[in-house]
Each structure stands twice: as structure tokens, then as C-alpha cells.
Design a binder for this molecule. Structure first.
Ligand code: ZN
Ligand code: MN
Length: 153
């Protein structure tokens, strides 16, 4: 990703959104970090560049971006919502033990996703726009920890 600022301005213009420092800051953070942050993680990371950036503003901006399909929400069971800039199709692994969220993308995914949506459209008559796949399991770290706990008992 070369000219992030140029991309952000293009995105905001394309969606008829006024260019504000808050929107620019939040989009920039999400486009350059793939750590699936919470509202508070985003706010605390960009607040130093902005005076009085409240949680409500971050939350409202994220909601707008989610409605436009630019950002997706992910629940990992830790009680908070995580956010992800969703320009490139990928899916998520979620650890049901620690809540870790990992990206997965493999070459075949775009084709499989298209096939899935085409069949869904055929079956239901819906006009589809996007999908989001989550696979749940136990992450490698937790597998180790759980195994150690078993041994120690
Ligand atoms: Zn885990
Ligand atoms: Mn992701």
C-alpha cells in the first residue's frame, strides 16, 4: 500500500463523506494495522494526533465505515467488538480459548467465496454483496498451554 493518504481521500470522496481529521485518522489506522483492534485500541493509538477524540466519535465513524462495507465487525467472545479494514477478501480464525483473531487468505478463497454467493443467490433470490467467514478453534499457543495444564494435573 503506497499512498495511503491518497487512497483515504479517494474512499471518502467516493462515498460522499466529508473529509475530517477523525475519519482520516481512523481509516489510516485500520488500513495500516491488521491487528483487529477494538474501539478503545483505535482511539488510544490516534488520540495523540488529535485533540479531544472521544470514544463516541470513533464508534460513530466506525459504524459509518461498516455500513459502507469498508470495515467489518468481528466478535471473538471477549465482550468487545473488533474492527478490520476489509478491502481484500480473507477470512478469520478465532481462538475460543483466548480470543485471538488471525487472518487467513489462500489463493482459492476468492473463487470459493464467489461460488458460495452465486449458489446462495440462486437458492434465495438475494442479490449478495459480501460475506464474512469465521472459523473457530484453539490457537497454537492455547494448544500448548492446555496440554501443559493436563500434564501438571
Ligand atoms: Zn488462543
Ligand atoms: Mn482480518
Amino acid at each position: 500500500m503506497k499512498d495511503v493518504n491518497g487512497q483515504i481521500l479517494k474512499i471518502l470522496h467516493e462515498h460522499n463523506l466529508k473529509v475530517t481529521p477523525q475519519r482520516k485518522g481512523i481509516l489510516n489506522y485500520l488500513m495500516t494495522h491488521h491487528n483487529h483492534p477494538t474501539v478503545e485500541m483505535i482511539r488510544s493509538n490516534i488520540v495523540k494526533d488529535m485533540s479531544n477524540l472521544g470514544t463516541a466519535t470513533v464508534y460513530n465513524t466506525l459504524n459509518t465505515l461498516v455500513e459502507l462495507g469498508l470495515v467489518i465487525e468481528i466478535q471473538n467472545g471477549d465482550g468487545s467488538t473488533h474492527y478490520d479494514y476489509f478491502a481484500h477478501p480473507h477470512f478469520h480464525m478465532i481462538c475460543t480459548n483466548c480470543g485471538k483473531i488471525d487472518d487467513v487468505s489462500f489463493d482459492g478463497y476468492m473463487g470459493e467465496e464467489k461460488l458460495l454467493r452465486e449458489n446462495a443467490e440462486k437458492e434465495t433470490g438475494y442479490l449478495t454483496s459480501k460475506s464474512h467467514l469465521e472459523i473457530y478453534g484453539i490457537c497454537p499457543n492455547c494448544q500448548k498451554k492446555l496440554r501443559l495444564n493436563l500434564i501438571n494435573k
